[in-house]
Design a protein around this ligand. Structure first.
Ligand code: ARG
Ligand code: ZN
Length: 879
């Protein structure tokens, strides 16, 4: 974990194939928390496509007991052992290695490799955790067949699981038992998993499209079986969806999901044995919100879809991570959209994706950790499980579909699997499959993988009333020195009546009467001419957010209002509202910074636009909710050259306060109109109503009088589901009134529900009324611990990342807090610590006084002995 030497950078260009391939792996585990013995028998042979006869095995934090090569016991002179590798030089062409090692799962607080959580054993091997279990060529281009024998005490660990099929199980001496598992598919080591635990399961036989019956299981701790229905339903929906949309079937006889309370990420797609953070499995109406339910559907889908995109076809090396992650995020996004099934439902999911990109990916790509979707180098691969690799990677995959159409995309997918099933491949192979299946040249598209940063697309327009031509002139710019991207720009034109005009593009091939066309911007600048345009139209550019770019266009307020009221593309309709709001937020922020908070004004035009959309009952409530949310403080900050977090907060609060006051009657009316009486259901329509209702409540509580406070208190007291209960509590906390009794009541009700206690910490940490002293006080709460990642994130990350006006307190006290906990967490769990370290990414953009204090905090961390994970983040921030 710790390095004394300075961390080494690994480069994509240095990739070489492995000298030896592994055919079979037989693993034997004698599981005990303090000392687990691992017997590993692997058959290797020289790789015909590589040079050399040295066998290099990775190994970390494990103790070598014994090593045999082709039956011969090796002595210390026969191999080289370093802190990270075991090398056998000049090995024969065919080798059987028998390796015995010992590890200490109970000491493993990094949650990478084999570890103990609440007394049970779990593994997490992606990216490089398998080497913490046994010596192995722990790289994804080494794929082998695994047989696993698990032995453990039967009473303590009644359930013994691993990948693939259960072959045999039985009792042993001394109260122990065993289970033998065999995975029929070749896999890289990062997909290995085992679970030895006291768990119970919900299970079900399920019929695949081809008629085969498979066993589906969701494993949880006793007492949580009342929270597994939605995960099981989501799994069944995922299986069906992949059959129907991509013709991909489950290739195993059994598929297991296991929930664990201590987990670094969301979930992991181990072959046939997905291991999940409890957050993405456990839900019932009492404990989980609509957003939690949606998260479970998405993550269950995501991990299931990895079975083809990731497992059957995997990555050649970790630089290709987006090959599986970008593609699988795209697939889970499409799955979630199809589960809603309506056009606006689909648009609502798309708007959520755009918000995530702006909130997290654009800032990442503009900061010190900026990297291409396919990075060129890294120090610690765990630092590259990023919004860029995942979410921007998904945008890149989506652009293939936008350019090739759904059918063309499907053809590309089919060819990808025809060519590469069972292989470890690169992003270029995916691009080639898309191009070849459609007879398209996608050479230039490669730049989306190699060039970092968010391109800016500028649109200018001109109308020639005599010739009836309307020109859209698009130009693009990336980072200095970059070459033009291949950018699909979906465009429509609105007439004065708000209706779409039929489009006739000069030199274009397209269906007659089409109202949205995808323009392909490939040059630095291009002119697109529309003919037979009878009136000057309002252009709707980048419909459905057809590319992950920043679009610049000098819209007038009138044009934006026209789009906001009429655009047939809901994403651009929403976008017009965001532009209207952003203009005002930036002006107000500048005014606060220059003259203070007195005399701020919000124009009637904007308020009327908000009023209209709020009360337009022909619009989907979920859409109305999104249209009424102001851009976040983080997104506003990204628009400013010098960020003033207090001024942003004041300006945004002023706008919320004004909307809450001026539109009080309409907000109340919609609050009451969007109740969801009767039994709770997490379906999109009901969730959309609750979202709108609860947004109304939060506006009403931005400027609360007794009646509004009472409304929130009533909702809190009477709510029958967590969505309404937590929304009421959040609104109350944010209103700044004393909520000690409500917080206590909520805690008392849910003290035994870890995921709800996480919410309890999170909602306090992110409230603008909570300062760093209050956070430190919350840390003294008996339920707080740094060792559980969900808990640490709930309090610390929500403060540093979701409470900007307090995190950037002028005295720098929160920066000191940040430094202290990056250091403390690093000693426990470097992956989690490195995520926290990223909270300072954008430090150079703040006013000089804040910048100096942030730099001090960064330097304080830099001065310590750090994990590679944190060292990489801090070094890049200070570079
Ligand atoms: N492949 C997993 C998922 O997306 C993520 C695992 C990442 N683990 C890590 N330690 N970086 O679906
Ligand atoms: Zn994934």
């Amino acid at each position: 974990m710790r390095t004394d030497s300075s961390p080494t950078t690994i480069y994509r260009k240095d990739y070489t194939p492995p000298a030896y391939l592994v055919d079979t792996v037989e693993l034997g585990f004698d599981l005990a928390p303090a000392s687990t013995v691992v017997a590993n028998r692997i058959t290797l042979r020289r790789n015909p496509d590589a040079a050399g006869s040295d066998i290099v095995l990775h190994g970390e934090e494990i103790e070598l007991v014994q090593l045999r090569l082709n039956g011969q016991l090796l002595g210390e002179g026969d191999y080289e052992l370093s802190a990270a590798t075991l090398t056998i030089r000049n090995a024969p062409a065919e080798v059987v290695l028998e390796i015995e090692t010992v590890c200490a799962p109970v000491e493993n607080t990094s949650l990478s490799g084999l570890y103990v959580s609440n007394g049970n054993f779990f593994t997490q091997c992606e990216a490089e955790g398998f080497r913490r279990i046994t010596f192995f060529p722990d790289r994804p281009d080494v794929m082998a067949k695994y047989t696993v024998m698990l032995r453990a005490n039967k009473e303590q660990y009644p359930v013994l699981l691993s990948n693939g099929n259960l072959i045999e199980q039985g009792d042993l001496d001394d109260g122990r038992h065993y289970a033998k598992w065999e995975d029929p598919f070749k896999k890289p080591s990062y997909l290995f998993a085992l679970v030895a635990a006291k768990l119970v399961c919900q299970e079900e036989q399920f019929k695949l499209a081809d008629g085969r019956d498979v066993l589906l299981q969701v494993w949880v701790e006793d007492g949580n079986l009342d929270k597994t229905d939605y995960a099981m339903q989501s799994l069944k929906n995922s299986i069906r969806w992949d059959e129907e949309r991509f013709g991909l079937e489950l290739d195993l006889d059994r598929f297991m999901i296991v929930a664990v309370g201590d987990f670094n990420m969301g979930a992991m797609e181990n072959k046939g044995l997905n291991i999940f953070n409890t957050k993405f499995v456990l839900a019932n109406p009492r404990t989980a919100t609509d957003i939690d339910f949606a998260g479970i559907e998405a993550v269950v889908g995501h991990e299931y879809f990895h079975n083809w995109t990731g497992n059957r076809v995997t990555c050649r090396d970790w630089f290709q991570l987006s090959l599986k992650e970008g593609l699988t995020v795209f697939r889970d996004q499409e799955f979630s959209a199809d589960m809603i099934g309506t056009d606006t439902g689909r648009a609502v999911t798309r708007i959520d994706q755009v918000r995530t990109l702006r909130q997290a990916q654009f800032p990442e790509d503009a900061g010190p950790m900026s990297h291409p979707v396919r990075p060129d180098s890294f120090v610690e691969i765990n630092n590259f499980y990023t919004v860029t690799v995942y979410e921007k990677g998904a945008e890149v995959v989506r652009m293939y579909q936008t350019l090739l159409g759904r059918d063309g995309f499907r053809k590309g997918m089919d060819l990808y699997f025809d060519r590469h099933d069972g292989q470890a491949v690169a992003c270029d192979d995916f691009r080639a499959a898309m191009a070849d299946a459609n007879g398209r040249d996608l050479t230039q598209f490669e730049r989306w993988y190699s060039q970092a940063g968010t391109p800016v697309v500028t649109a200018r327009t001109r109308y020639d009333a005599v010739k009836r031509n309307f020109d859209i002139i698009l130009s693009q710019r990336g980072k200095p020195g970059q070459l033009p991207f291949h950018i699909p720009v979906a465009v429509g034109l609105l007439g004065a009546d708000g209706k779409d005009l039929p489009l006739t593009l000069e030199h274009g091939k397209h269906a007659k009467g089409a109202t949205t066309l995808v323009l392909e911007l490939t040059e630095q600048e291009q002119i697109f001419r529309f003919r037979e345009v009878d009136e000057r139209p309002t252009p709707s550019i980048l419909r459905d957010f057809s590319a992950p770019v920043i679009l610049e266009h000098d819209y007038t307020d009138d044009e934006l209002l026209h789009l906001f009221n009429h655009d047939s593309d809901p994403v651009n309709r929403w976008e017009a509202g965001q532009r209207l709001a952003m203009e005002r937020l930036l002006k107000l922020t500048a005014q606060v910074a220059a003259h203070g908070a007195a005399n701020l004004k919000l124009d009637q035009t904007f308020i009327n636009a908000m009023r209209t959309v709020l009360s337009d009952e022909s619009l989907d409530p979920a859409f109305r909710e999104l249209a009424l949310i102001l851009p976040s403080e983080t997104i506003i900050a990204e628009q400013m050259d010098v960020v003033d977090p207090q001024a942003i907060h004041t300006a945004r609060q002023f706008m919320r306060h004004t909307i809450g006051t001026v539109l009080k009657a309409e907000l109340l009316a919609q609050y009451h109109a969007n109740q969801t009486p009767g039994e709770y259901s997490p379906d999109a329509a009901s969730a959309g109503k609750r979202a709108l209702k609860n947004l109304c409540l939060s506006y009403l509580l931005a400027a609360p009088e007794a009646a509004e406070l009472q409304l929130a208190q009533q909702q809190f007291d009477n709510a029958t589901n967590m969505t309404d209960r937590s929304a009421a509590l959040v609104s109350l906390i944010h209103s700044g009134t004393d909520n000690g009794p409500h917080l206590q009541a909520f805690y008392d009700d849910f003290a035994n529900e870890a995921l709800v206690v996480d919410k309890w910490f999170a909602m306090q940490a992110s409230a603008p009324t909570t300062n760093v002293a209050a956070v430190r006080k919350l840390m003294q709460h008996p339920a707080f611990t740094l060792k559980n990642p969900n808990r640490a994130r709930s309090l610390i990350f929500n403060f540093t990342n979701a409470n900007p006006s307090q995190f950037h307190a002028a005295d720098g006290s929160a920066y000191e807090f940040w430094a202290e906990f990056v250091i403390k967490l690093d000693a426990i769990n470097p992956q989690v610590a490195a995520r926290l370290a990223r909270a300072m990414d954008r430090w150079r953009r703040y006013a000089p006084a804040l910048q100096a204090k942030m730099k001090q905090a960064l330097e304080k961390v830099a001065a310590r002995q750090l994990s590679n994970d944190v060292a990489e983040v801090i070094t890049k921030a200070l570079a």
